[in-house]
Design a protein around this ligand. Sequence first.
Ligand SMILES: [Zn+2]
Ligand SMILES: [Zn+2]
Length: 372
Amino acid sequence: MKELHSFAWYAARISPKLPKKAFKPVPGRLWGGLAYLLIVIAGFLTIGLFSLNPFIYLAIAIVLGTSFAAMGFLGHEILHGTVVRKPWLRDLLGAIAFWPLSTGPRLWRKWHNLTHHVHTQKEDHDPDSWPTLERLSKTKILSWIYRLPQGFRAFVSFCSLTVMFSLHSAKMFTAYIKEFNPKHQPSVWMQFILPWVFWISLLFIMGPFKWFFAFLLPLFIANAIVMGYISTNHRLNPITEVNDPLANSLTVTVPKWVDVLHFNFSYHTEHHLFPGMSSKYYPLVKEHIKSMWPERYHEMPIGKALVALWKTPRIYYEGNKLIDPRQGHVYETLGHGLDISNITFNKLDKEDTLVRIIKKSKAKIGKVVKEE
Ligand SMILES: [Zn+2]
Ligand SMILES: [Zn+2]
């Protein structure tokens, strides 16, 4: 078993090899943001002002959806402070970039910067991590979902990617609002409500048919694109005691033009090493990681990562395995034997499964297995 290291450990070893400019904000990223904003405004005006063939609306909706997603990727970067440093400007630009996804900058920084980045893949602390078998037993909906056959479950969970970012964002609001200093709570509320006031006003201005193509369908598309990346960020990796990005994160590869359109969002391991660095420099960071720790680094084409997600369950078992509790099928994770070109599982002996699981978390999860 390889010794785990914190992200700071890796960063300290790579930093001296990077040029000084890599640690400076890159305001030039805003030109891309401006381009997307103009496309979105043009799309709204075209749909709002002209009566066109629905297929043209559909084409515009696809452009809007991809623009919403790309703005979200830029918003992520802006709110890490890698584009501008002034806090008020960072939050204002972040709010605009996240407007289509209706996520407020204060909430995002708490949920993502202060929690996900600090506690990556720690089941009780990372708001984005998937549950372990122990936690599954306490979640009614999840344990119900895991009684469904694997193929059907994968289908439903892939469909849910079209709404998952928006739902998770709303869940994060309810989870974190009370943790904000009471002085800041009104602004967190405002940042949550204002985008929705805007989008619902647009519904009344445009009418439901046009609104579907201007907002709702693009929102589904944006959710799918954003979640297509996010779901591959950590979910094939193990849960780790130490927040080691080389062990608990995955970088996916996409065609170069997609990286340009998506502000290098595919470089997730690099991002966890240097969250305060502009993603413009992540290809350089990647070169260093691959020359220094090639055996620890995980990367794969995004398509393969999604296929691997389809074929594996999302419940962690003993930290570095994934289990389908319905059948007792146990899969490996990245770095622990998961071979994405040949995904296999071990079938746990039913008695053995029961004994091992019940030992950890008593009756309920046992029921899930027994009822099969
Ligand atoms: Zn992450
Ligand atoms: Zn981040």
